[in-house]
Design a protein around this ligand. Structure first.
Ligand code: HEC
Length: 152
């Protein structure tokens, strides 16, 4: 009896999901801000093209290291291994600097809109809380991530 109940809940749920995705045609035509207009390269936020020196800025990376310990290390490892959030190894090759800067300063909007952030959320099952970083802190953290990815 219990089994049947669970099965019927599941099938109701699947029907619900498929009916959500299935009939968007009339809406797609009228909406002018569909998923295609979202800039998934840079993400949502004020950062667009960030000019980086090829060479690492050690001072900034050291400051970023401090912020990492204080504000990020509880949830992120520097390896590829997931803790609460994804491991940081390789993040600067997966995403553009502007995407990273937008994500860490504009976290809520990014999680709401960005396909890559949403995919991570599905794996991690935790929403990264906004860390209230200043632009400078965010930039230092980016430099620290670059160092972690081998930039010298
Ligand atoms: C409470 C846990 C938590 C804290 C603290 C935290 N994060 Fe996250 N972070 C997450 C989770 C969970 C994700 C996965 C994305 C999501 O939430 O949708 C994530 C994703 C990320 C990503 C994207 C990684 C990728 O591979 O796509 C970056 C970059 C990031 N966090 C940076 C930071 C920075 C910088 C700090 C510190 C200032 C920080 N996080 C603090 C939980 C956390």
């Amino acid at each position: 009896m219990k089994k049947i109940l669970i099965l019927s809940v599941i099938s109701t749920f699947t029907t619900f999901i498929s009916s959500c995705g299935g009939n968007g045609t009339s809406q797609d035509v009228t909406l002018n801000s569909g998923p295609s207009s979202y800039d998934s390269k840079h993400g949502a936020g004020k950062f667009k093209d960030i000019l980086l020196d090829e060479k690492l800025n050690e001072t900034m990376a050291a400051a970023g290291n401090k912020s990492f310990v204080a504000k990020c290390a509880a949830c992120h490892k520097l390896t590829e291994e997931k803790l609460v959030g994804p491991g940081w190894k390789g993040v600067t090759t997966r995403q553009l600097p502007s995407w990273i800067m937008n994500f860490i300063t504009n976290t809520d909007e990014m999680i709401n809109k960005d396909p890559a952030a949403q995919a991570q959320l599905e794996i991690c099952l935790v929403r990264m809380p906004n860390q209230s970083l200043s632009d400078e802190e965010a930039r230092n953290l980016l430099e620290f991530m670059r160092r972690n990815d081998g930039v010298k």
